[in-house]
Design a protein around this ligand. Structure first.
Ligand code: C2O
Ligand code: CU
Ligand code: CU
Length: 499
């Protein structure tokens, strides 16, 4: 990787900026429902814009791209069963702020440099509104998507998905929260309003001028690098922010929006807290934890109780690095949120429901120098014909056999799934015999992974099995690794739900 002088993070005074809470998006009126024009539904218009942001009191303004001109973008609040429209408008400049690799599929020189398409990650959305990677549009254009919100309460997120440059567009800042609410969840009495904190983690390199730096490979014509792990963790767009809390329960919705980094987050006082939900909704019951472990695109819903910690300062830690600080007030708390003993049932899908089991390999294609050149799913490229074509309403098991040296967070659009297990196998035997030979027991998911998921860590040397019912819509979707450098460079495949 080619370097550039970076911002000296340890020279910055930590915990001097308050944690920003993204504003909640407001509709700008109503429009007819595309399938039912007599029914008017809320209409939002969200522009993607270049702007400058103060990431820290002592750092000069950083140029970024954000939905609605902020990073993270405005939080969308939706209700189960109430559809809405978003017109996503590309108001970005004509030149890209980060280095494009034109040898990557979909990012050739004949394509506009700046292209964007928004995807609602975790959304059960018809294909024409899903943000297909090739459905990008250039500056000056827009696309209006309809989100049915016919799914349980959960923390979804929206982000860019433009073919071959998703890693750059998200790195520039194009991501935000999208919460779906429902009355079941509201009936639980969990902390809400100012006691519910949305948190987006984005790791970045910041150069000495305070600007985003995206590393490039030494070969000038092929700047793609296999992963980016920035040393600066932006929390809702700030470096080392602090947040003032009362000594009571808080619900925190944590999103790993980073390109490649996995987070293992703890509290500096060693305090236990509760994970109450995963990607697509609540767990059956709160799980006491001392850490949350999030791969890119995964979300954790947690409750932290600061009662008994009045007057303390508690840091959120990623390993030994502080990420942000909570300052617990000495005054009595006014928050009244509770943590019930049971949350929402997650009935296990019986394996016997599955009509098809697919073995899908995760692999890497190296160049002659032994460096990764592309990442492949099932040895296929993006442009190869569709091979995964579940029938609408059917249940399938997908087994991801990881032949690489990294864990890959595998994400499926459209569906929610459950993790069945992870089981070690011998890759040499697969090369020799063409079939999976296991050399260990199947390990069930941890209690905090027992909820509805849309992204799963497919770990090294194991077969990770998931089970999903392909409900909702027929049509073309994608599944991919959510390490954005991988996804851009062939670790993404179309799939088709057929009638
Ligand atoms: Cu987070 Cu294909 O998406
Ligand atoms: Cu998605
Ligand atoms: Cu990957």
């Amino acid at each position: 990787m080619i370097g550039r002088p970076l911002l000296q993070l340890d020279s910055l005074e930590p915990f001097v900026d308050a944690l920003p809470i993204p504003r909640v998006a407001a509709p700008s009126g109503t429009r007819p429902h595309p399938k039912n024009p007599s029914h008017k539904i809320p209409y939002y218009r969200i522009g993607m814009r270049q702007f400058e942001s103060k990431i820290h009191r002592e750092v000069r303004p950083t140029r970024m791209w954000g939905y609605g001109g902020t990073v993270p973008g405005p939080t969308m609040e939706a209700r189960n069963g109430e559809p809405l429209l978003v017109e996503w408008v590309n108001e970005l400049p004509a030149a890209h702020m980060l280095p494009i690799d034109h040898t990557i599929h979909g990012a050739e020189k004949d394509k506009p440099k700046v292209r964007a398409v928004a995807h609602l990650h975790g959304g059960r959305v018809p294909p024409e509104s899903d943000g297909y990677p090739e459905a990008w549009f250039p500056p000056g254009k827009s696309a209006t998507y309809c989100y049915p919100n016919e799914q349980d309460a959960a923390g979804l997120w929206y982000h860019d998905h433009a073919m071959g440059i998703t890693r750059l567009n998200i790195y520039a800042g194009l991501a935000g929260w999208y919460f779906i609410r429902d009355s079941f969840e509201e009936g639980l009495g969990l902390p809400k309003g100012k006691y519910e904190i949305p948190i987006v983690l984005l790791d970045r390199f910041i150069d000495a001028q305070g600007q985003l730096f995206y590393p490039i490979a030494p070969e000038e014509d092929t700047p793609w690098v296999p992963e980016v792990y920035g040393d600066a963790t932006l929390v809702n767009g700030k470096l080392f922010p602090y947040f003032e809390v009362e000594p009571c329960k808080y619900r925190m919705r944590v999103l790993n929006g980073s390109n490649a980094r996995f987070y293992h987050l703890t509290l500096s006082n060693g305090q236990e807290f509760y994970q109450i939900g995963t990607d697509l909704g609540l767990l059956p019951a709160p799980v006491p934890v001392k850490a949350v472990f999030l791969a890119p695109a995964e979300r954790a819903d947690v409750v932290v109780d600061f009662a008994g910690h009045a007057g303390e300062r508690v840091q959120v830690m990623q390993g030994v690095q502080p990420v942000m600080q909570f300052r617990v007030a000495k005054t009595p708390a006014r928050g009244t949120g509770v943590l019930p003993a049971t949350l929402r049932a997650v009935p296990r899908i019986p394996e016997s429901d599955a009509v098809t089991t697919r073995l899908l390999t995760l692999g890497e294609k190296d160049n002659m120098a032994g460096n990764p050149e592309a990442m492949l799913l099932n040895n296929a490229h993006w442009s190869d014909p569709v091979t995964e074509n579940p029938k609408l309403g059917s249940t399938e098991i997908w087994s991801f056999a990881n032949f690489t040296d990294d864990s890959h967070p595998v994400h499926l659009h459209l569906v929610r799934f459950q993790i069945l297990d992870r089981r070690p196998f011998i890759s040499e035997e697969y090369y020799r015999q063409g079939k999976i030979v296991y050399n260990g027991e199947a390990v069930p998911p941890s209690p905090e992974e027992m909820g509805w998921k849309d992204t799963v860590k497919a770990d090294v040397g194991v077969v990770t099995r998931i089970i999903a019912r392909f409900e909702g819509y027929t049509g073309r979707y994608v599944w991919h690794c959510h390490i954005l450098e991988h996804e851009d460079n062939e670790m993404m495949r179309p799939y088709e739900v057929i009638p």
